[in-house]
Structures are given as structure tokens and as C-alpha cells.
Write a protein that binds this ligand. Structure first.
Ligand SMILES: C[S@@+](CC[C@H](N)C(=O)[O-])C[C@H]1O[C@@H](n2cnc3c(N)ncnc32)[C@H](O)[C@@H]1O
Length: 363
């Protein structure tokens, strides 16, 4: 599977779109927003540029990107007024893979401008400018020394490819009937996923180190683990239930076993130690903040929560799964998935685990 050509969130503004099913990501981003805004203010104060250039990597197609950017702009704006300093102009770059539905964001850009807090105080020189940048964040996206601040939310757990080490010599996955690391996976599977993370995150850091100015900041939110063990319920449960839903459809003859065997998630949830090790190995950044953040998903109504969570996962997975099992199987798959989620949520809370990282570009 060529991940970078099939990985994208469900486009548009329809019922199953990412734009309509990304409130879980928004809730987590909102919970750690002060850390992100402080990192952006620190980046601004390090250089106090006339034009503050920032990028959101993996912006996707919902409202989350503009919501956070608005908060960062307001945060810097307020700090400037406290210090009676002139507010900078803002150049905002929105990045995602080329297949992303950038237009869903661009159409709300004029509303975004009107919603900024001190809009009345802004004249033309206090404007926010915006541009889309298609491409993989595992390579270079911007000119050298051109950015002051980078944010990436809920995106860096996506790998550039399914780790080649999970396949045997005949090209078959050794992770039988599973689509991510699970309790039954042989140790080689977790090792292959970790190695792919090291390679990808290393490339990400190297590219960003070229693009950020000295003392520039980077704030990252990604799925993470609070355990050393690679199989951690907080990050593997949702994949196990998706694998089980696919197996049910295979058993009922609704999809072919070979189709399931071909699908593996290009995903990895690292531990804080694994993140720190890569930052140290790459060598261009200082760690300013590195924490795990956990929160339960759902409202306590298992039926409603099961449906909502299945929709959220569908908005992320649909384009990739369509590639393997066909569009016709998708409704049924996510119906089974929502039932399995409901059964679990009736008995226990599902907790999501995120890593929050702030890095400073060394001088
Ligand atoms: C779950 S969405 C997150 C969207 C948004 N940041 C938010 O917080 O709601 C993950 C996004 O990361 C993007 N992505 C994954 N791998 C990428 C890569 N290598 N380069 C750029 N974007 C990538 C996906 O296309 C997707 O739009």
C-alpha cells in the first residue's frame, strides 16, 4: 500500500466527513492548548519578527486547524498589547498530504478573520495570511530558516509506510489476523513498528530542524503510550476491535480473508522515552515539555458513544480501508465496529493516550 497516496481523512462536510467527526481530536487539543499557545508566544518573543511565520502540519479538512491557529494569533496579539508592542503580521502555512481536502478549510478563511479577537484593532498591517502546502512532513516542505513556529496535532502517529519488517519472505504479514500490534503479535511486529517510527520521526526532525529559525518552537500532539510495553490498551484496543470487525466479515463471507491479510495500520504510538531518544539522536532540538495526557472518550452513554466513536474512526480510516475491502463493505464494517465498541463501553471506559511535546530549535 502506498500510504501517502491513500492516507487521508474523509473529505467534504458530509455526515461521515472528518470535518463533522473530529470533535475527539478538538477536545484533546483544547485540553492542552495553553501549552501550545505558550510555545508559540515563546517562539515569538525569541525574535519578535515583523512577520510571524507558522505552520500546521497534518491540518486535515476540518475546523480544528483554524480554531487552534486563531487561538495562537490571539495569544500573541494579547501578549503584544500587554507589552505595548506592535502586533506582527502572521503568515500561516497549512500542510497535509496532496490528497487532502484543503478547500474545506479555505472556504471558512474569511469567517476565521472575522472571529479573531482584536479584529477591530487590526489594520492591514496586522493581517493573517494563509497558504496551503501539499506534501509529506517526512520530507522538506519549507525553505531553510523560514519558520518561527510549527504545530502538528494528531498526525505524527501516522507512519510513512507499513513497516516492511512485518512481512515474511513471501510478502505476507506475520501479524496474523491483526492490523496493529496486539497481545498476540510476535515480538518482531512491535520491533518493526518501532524501527519505522525511528526512521520517520528522525526524518521529520531533520527536515524541521532545517526549516525552523534558531530558538523556533515546535508543539506536537500525537497518540502515545504511558508504558514501556508496546501493547498498551490505550492505543491498541481500537485497532483490535477493528481487526475483530474485519474478521467477523471474513467469517460471514462478506469480505475475503486475503483482503484482511493485506491491511495493516501505518500507525505507531510511541512512549515518551522513544520520542526523547529520537530527539537526542537527531540532535537539533532541546526538549521543553514532554508529557502524557490521558482522557476518557465518551459521555457515559455506551450506545451513543459507540456510534460516535465508530464515526470518528471511520472518518480517519475509510479512504484507506476502501482501498482494501471496497466501498460497499464500509457501512457494514462500521456498523459491526460500533456494536463492538458499545459492548466494551458498557463494561469499561475507553481512555485515549496522547503525548504532548514542545521542542526548541537549538541555536
Ligand atoms: C487525524 S488528522 C488530524 C487533523 C488536525 N490536525 C486535527 O487536529 O484535527 C491527521 C492528518 O495527518 C495527515 N498526515 C498523515 N501523514 C502525513 C504526512 N506524512 N504528511 C502530511 N500530512 C500527513 C493526514 O492526511 C490527516 O489529514
Amino acid at each position: 500500500m502506498d500510504v501517502e497516496s491513500v492516507l487521508r481523512m474523509k473529505e467534504g462536510l458530509g455526515e461521515t466527513s472528518y470535518a463533522r467527526n473530529s470533535s475527539i481530536q478538538k477536545k484533546f487539543t483544547d485540553a492542552v492548548k495553553p501549552v501550545i499557545i505558550d510555545a508559540a508566544i515563546d517562539a515569538y518573543l525569541s525574535e519578535t519578527p515583523r512577520c510571524f511565520r507558522m505552520a500546521d502540519l497534518g491540518c486535515s479538512s476540518g475546523t480544528n486547524a483554524l480554531s487552534l491557529i486563531g487561538d495562537v494569533v490571539n495569544g500573541i496579539d494579547e501578549r503584544c498589547h500587554e507589552k505595548t508592542r506592535q502586533v506582527p503580521q502572521f503568515m500561516v502555512f497549512l500542510n497535509d498530504l496532496p490528497g487532502n481536502d484543503f478547500n474545506s478549510i479555505f472556504v471558512s478563511f474569511s469567517d476565521f478573520g472575522r472571529r479573531l479577537k482584536n479584529v477591530g484593532r487590526r489594520d492591514e498591517s496586522h493581517s493573517v495570511f494563509m497558504a496551503g502546502v501539499p506534501g509529506s512532513f517526512y520530507g522538506r516542505l519549507f525553505p531553510s530558516n523560514s519558520l518561527h513556529f510549527i504545530h502538528s496535532g494528531h498526525s505524527l502517529h501516522w507512519l510513512s509506510q507499513v513497516p516492511p519488517g512485518i512481512f515474511n519472505e513471501e510478502g505476507k504479514s506475520m501479524n496474523t489476523r491483526e492490523i496493529y500490534i496486539s497481545k498476540t503479535s510476535p515480538p518482531a511486529i512491535a520491533k518493526a513498528y518501532h524501527q519505522q517510527f525511528q526512521k520517520d520521526f528522525g526524518s521529520f526532525l531533520k527536515s524541521r530542524s532545517e526549516e525552523l529559525v534558531s530558538e523556533g518552537r515546535m508543539a506536537l500532539i500525537m497518540s502515545g503510550r504511558d508504558t514501556k510495553e508496546p501493547c498498551n490498551k490505550g492505543t491498541t484496543l481500537l485497532w483490535e476491535l477493528l481487526a475483530r470487525s474485519l474478521s467477523i466479515m471474513v467469517a460471514q463471507g462478506e469480505i475475503r480473508g486475503e483482503d484482511l491479510e493485506l491491511y495493516s495500520a501505518p500507525f505507531y504510538a510511541p512512549s515518551l522515552k522513544e520520542i526523547e531518544d529520537e530527539v537526542l539522536r537527531e540532535g537539533s532540538f532541546m526538549v521543553e515539555y514532554l508529557e502524557i495526557f490521558k482522557d476518557k472518550i465518551g459521555s457515559g452513554d455506551a450506545k451513543k458513544d459507540g456510534v460516535a466513536l465508530a464515526k470518528a474512526i471511520r472518518a480517519i480510516q475509510e479512504p484507506m480501508l476502501c482501498h482494501h475491502i471496497g466501498r460497499e463493505a464500509i457501512d457494514r464494517l462500521f456498523h459491526i465496529y460500533s456494536e463492538l465498541l458499545r459492548e466494551v463501553m458498557e463494561k469499561e471506559e475507553i481512555v485515549a493516550v496522547y503525548a504532548i511535546v514542545v521542542l526548541r530549535r537549538s541555536p
